[in-house]
Write a protein that binds this ligand. Structure first.
Ligand code: FES
Ligand code: FES
Length: 169
């Protein structure tokens, strides 16, 4: 018996996408497989690692814990949406690059979205606050020191650049 499909309009990084998905389609799978936005990574698939984090109306969520049909009224921001309007690296991306905040990069999309939301809430975090911002995300490679440095560097770049950073409000 074929599975019932639901017509869903997802708004991602300022673009609307019409897809037909089963009710059980995870948002992470819809982004990657239905929309082709493979920047969102899937690690643990049960809400622990944070690799799949996207922003829903600016709030970080685990897209592996959410159904796509639950996201129809939200503005979704994935890592692809964190660039500046001219396509150059946004401040959080640039900071991770400058500070060597990634090695294999698998966890990085989730860190970038998480840090983007964290800096929107706290634009000038102390080192301890920077650690708190990324405390829910797991990285197997970097030992976190460079990631924490990148959070503070991103804060500086963001302040120099002004409030607009390619993230939909
Ligand atoms: S893949 Fe979603 S939290 Fe790990
Ligand atoms: S950079 Fe490899 S898991 Fe974080």
């Amino acid at each position: 018996m074929s599975e019932e499909l639901h017509a869903v309009r997802l708004r991602v990084n300022g673009t609307s996408y019409d897809v037909r998905v089963p009710a059980r389609r995870l948002l992470s799978d819809a982004l990657r497989h239905d929309l082709g936005l493979t920047g969102t990574h899937v690690g643990c698939e049960h809400g622990v690692c944070g690799a799949c984090t996207v922003l829903l109306d600016g709030t970080p969520v685990r897209s592996c814990l959410m159904f796509a049909v639950s996201a129809i009224d939200a503005e979704i921001t994935t890592v692809e949406g964190l660039t500046n309007d001219d396509g150059s690296l946004g401040p959080v991306q640039q900071a991770f690059k400058e500070c060597h905040g990634l090695q294999c990069g698998f966890c990085t999309p989730g860190f970038l979205t998480t840090v983007t939301a964290g800096l929107a809430a706290n634009p000038d975090p102390s080192r301890e606050e920077a650690r708190e911002i990324v405390a829910g995300n797991l990285c197997r490679c970097t030992g976190y020191q460079n990631i924490v440095a990148a959070v503070q560097r991103a804060a500086a770049l963001r302040q120099a650049q002004g409030p607009a950073e390619g993230v939909a409000p």
